[in-house]
Design a protein around this ligand. Structure first.
Ligand SMILES: Nc1nc2c(c(=O)[nH]1)N[C@H]1C(S)=C(S)[C@@H](COP(=O)(O)OP(=O)(O)OC[C@H]3O[C@@H](n4cnc5c(N)ncnc54)[C@H](O)[C@@H]3O)O[C@H]1N2
Ligand code: MOO
Length: 450
């Protein structure tokens, strides 16, 4: 990396710690150093069981698995369709507006002025008003029906009545049809408003309601069950006696929902192969997510359980740091399991590498437009593997964050996204692909991460 920060040009820089992988840093930051064949590794490490997939290939396999699942559609009340993808075109069920309507509060007038003011007035949502003859005017509210015979609306501030309030005079020229929204101005019944494949946003819900819909046909959110594995995990209080807090249970459900999933449950299981087998084979979810137990330790049960369950491993290890033991398996017809490594940032890496493309395709969503941004600082690479490194946006740059070790969430919690650093690393100024976090906005990410 560059020896000194070149970018002490904004107030936040002191809070931005740069990657120091090249330094022999002791302590927690040292964990961010890539582990690989070039580095000293425990002598006891077993030989790899299989060929790991390249990072981009693994994502493609996950996306293909999602695309291969049978197409699904359901019809749900509008409010339940938010965030889902339309499976049918949104066709107007009515003209919009559905009647000639006043665009302003004022007077509906017929023919040239001055006009004789009629009794009463026309309000939005009320019964059809009586017709106007030439030379007549009536008070009218925005959104009210235009009386038959009316030729224009004059805004209240552009006309005056005499003292007796029986005669109306305009202050300016009145154009034929002014401030009248004609029926069908926005669409005619049967017009296609949105294609199937459109994402249902709050604005789409509004349009659908305006166009007469009570329900929408959409791709159901893929149903996901989360199994958090580990004897060492606590759900409350401070770590003690070798026990630690479960950092994944509180995070994954919301993250998966942001990725388009319906989370049907989060269960915590002890390191017990039988319990895991029963949970995996008994789950009704489209996607089971496990955390931990993916490696080859004495209580790492995911591989043996998948074998016992007759699952087909589609991805078994990915050349990415952190997260390389992640896996994807088919556990039944249209049913998948993503095994996330237990180290929390490694689990995030697995979530974005395998779960995101799979869920995206199952939910019928389009792939986010990929983009690159220049790194403000050099990032040391792994010799063979892709690295995913938390970054924040700063002006036109992305700045790599410290505390990016596999067991750390401090970097990612302050990040806007993850930089995809190719094997071998990336120079300062080099363009790298950025995976945005679902909630990130460019320029956010303040926090203490030095
Ligand atoms: N001999 C080898 N050992 C390890 C390798 C390897 O290649 N050879 N890979 C390492 C890497 S890299 C990772 S990542 C982990 C993956 O391990 P597992 O998926 O089997 O996960 P666990 O062993 O269950 O846990 C790892 C670590 O994470 C902590 N953890 C687990 N769950 C949670 C949670 N819900 N919240 C917070 N922390 C969690 C757990 O306590 C461990 O510290 O394997 C390495 N080992
Ligand atoms: O590097 Mo592991 O894959 O800690 O995540």
């Amino acid at each position: 990396m560059t020896a000194s920060s070149p970018a002490a040009d904004d107030g936040s820089d002191e809070a931005l710690a740069l990657l120091r992988d090249a330094l022999p840093a002791p302590g927690p930051a040292g964990e961010s150093r890539p582990q690989g064949p070039d580095r000293a590794e425990p002598a006891a490490r077993p030989a790899p069981r299989h060929r790991v997939s390249a990072w981009a290939d693994a994502r493609n396999v996950a996306a293909r698995a999602g695309r291969a699942a049978p197409a699904r559609s359901h019809r749900v009340p509008l409010e339940q369709a938010l965030g889902e993808i339309l499976t049918e075109r949104l066709t107007a069920l009515t003209d919009l507006p559905s009647f000639d309507t006043s665009a302003m509060d004022g007077w509906a007038v017929a023919g040239p002025g001055p006009w004789e003011v009629q009794d009463g007035g026309v309000l939005a949502g009320h019964a059809a008003p009586g017709p106007l003859a030439d030379g007549e005017a009536v008070r009218i509210a925005t959104g009210a029906r235009i009386p038959a015979g009316a030729t224009a609306v004059i805004r209240s501030e552009h006309a005056r009545t005499d003292e007796a309030r029986t005669q109306l005079q305009a202050d300016r020229v009145v154009l034929h049809g002014q401030d009248i929204r004609p029926r069908g101005q926005e669409c005619r019944s049967g017009d296609v408003l949105l294609p199937a494949t459109a994402l249902v946003t709050p604005a789409v819900l509004g349009l659908a309601a305006a166009a007469g819909y009570d329900e929408l046909a959409t791709v159901p959110r893929p149903r996901v069950e989360i199994l958090v594995l580990g004897d060492e995990l606590l759900t409350r209080g401070l770590p003690h006696d070798g026990l630690i807090r479960d950092a994944l249970g509180p995070m994954l459900g919301f993250w998966l929902r942001a990725l388009g999933a319906e989370v049907i449950g989060t269960r915590r299981l002890k390191d017990d192969a039988g319990a895991l087998l029963a949970a995996v084979t008994g789950s009704s979810a489209d996607l089971v997510i496990t955390t931990g137990g993916t490696a080859a330790g004495p209580v790492d049960h995911v591989h043996p359980v998948l074998h016992k369950a007759g699952a087909e491993l589609l991805v078994d290890g990915v050349a990415v740091r952190p997260g390389h033991p992640m896996l994807l398996a088919q556990i039944g017809a249209g049913k998948h399991l993503v095994g996330l490594p237990g180290n929390p940032l490694a689990a995030v890496s697995g979530l974005l590498t395998l779960a995101e493309p799979l869920l995206r395709e199952l939910a019928g969503r389009a792939r986010a437009v990929t983009y690159t941004a220049p790194l403000r600082n050099e990032v040391q690479g792994h010799p063979h593997d892709t690295r995913l490194v938390p970054v924040v946006h700063r002006a036109e740059w992305v700045v790599p964050l410290h505390y990016n070790g596999p067991a750390m969430l401090r970097g990612i919690a302050a990040a806007d996204g993850l930089a995809v650093v190719p094997p071998g690393g990336a120079r300062a100024g080099q363009e790298v692909e950025i995976l945005d976090l679902p909630w990130a906005q460019a320029g956010s990410g303040e926090g203490c991460f030095t």
